[in-house]
Write a protein that binds this ligand. Structure first.
Ligand code: OAD
Length: 229
């Protein structure tokens, strides 16, 4: 019997770019139009929750209109050959919609909400807006998103996955945001590491194969390389 290798993939906004979702820090990225601290931080939420709700309502409405692209689909198909674990910084659901079975969301999920005073009570809301005044258990509902200034509850689970990777791939993330970016340090020594990104990114490890392509080109290339490795 052939043992399938554990392929752990860290994805960021770049993998969803070709589905039509804007990245954050590229030219034309979301943080050109919005102040990140106003719309994506716990302080922003305390200052102007309506603005924050509207920002995520727009993201959620758009998510309903877009589709997984070839890169998401190929990672789902790769489950035929590998035990694939996706750790994503993305709050979209495109990995799941492409068919990936193991998806860990480090920064939360757009299609979920929770009462502001009750972090563990997460509910599915689909693509519905969250409005000011929508409550559960007496608390205002908020997006189930990890904001700047908040803990990343899924981090330990993600670290464990990366530590046990036999192949590690990083796709479409500028590796600027911690602690997610620090996951790169947990890939075991000797584990082949691939990076797919069309631009120069903030890389500090040398034992990395860089595929300087968009995800739609780079992901199939990477999968070919690891299938024949
Ligand atoms: P960034 O916007 O920082 O980086 C996106 C990366 O995708 C860049 O390195 C681009 O070069 C690359 N890219 C662009 N188009 C691509 C394509 N077609 N194929 C592959 N790569 C492409 O996004 P993230 O690194 O995901 O968090 O950002 C991390 C976190 O910062 C996000 O989760 C979000 C944000 O603030 C929160 O809001 C909490």
């Amino acid at each position: 019997m052939v043992m399938r290798k554990r392929l752990v993939v860290l994805t960021g906004a770049g993998i969803s770019a070709e589905s039509g979702i804007r990245t954050f820090r590229d030219m034309g990225g979301l943080w050109e139009d919005y102040d990140v601290m106003e719309v994506a931080s716990i302080d922003g939420w305390k200052k102007n929750p309506q603005l924050v709700l509207e920002f995520y309502n727009q993201r959620r409405r758009q998510l309903e209109t877009v589709h997984p692209n070839i890169a998401h689909k190929l990672l789902a198909e790769a489950e035929k050959d590998f035990n694939v674990y996706v750790v994503t910084q993305n709050v979209d659901n495109l990995h799941e919609r492409a068919g990936s079975s193991n998806v860990l969301h480090l920064h939360g999920e757009l299609t979920k909400a929770r009462p502001a005073g009750c972090p563990s009570k997460v509910i599915d809301i689909g693509y519905k807006d969250i409005n000011w005044g929508d409550t559960l258990d007496g608390f205002q509902l908020r997006p189930h998103i990890v904001w700047f200034g908040e803990e990343v509850p899924m981090l330990n689970e993600a670290v464990k996955l990366v530590q046990t990777a036999e192949i590690f791939a990083v796709i479409g993330t500028s590796l600027n945001v911690y602690p997610a970016a620090g996951l790169l340090d947990y890939a075991p020594k000797g584990c082949p590491i691939y990076v797919v990104d069309p631009n120069e990114i903030n890389l500090w490890r040398r034992d990395v194969t860089v595929i300087k392509e968009k995800a739609s080109v780079g992901v199939p290339k990477m999968l070919e390389m690891i299938k024949h490795a």
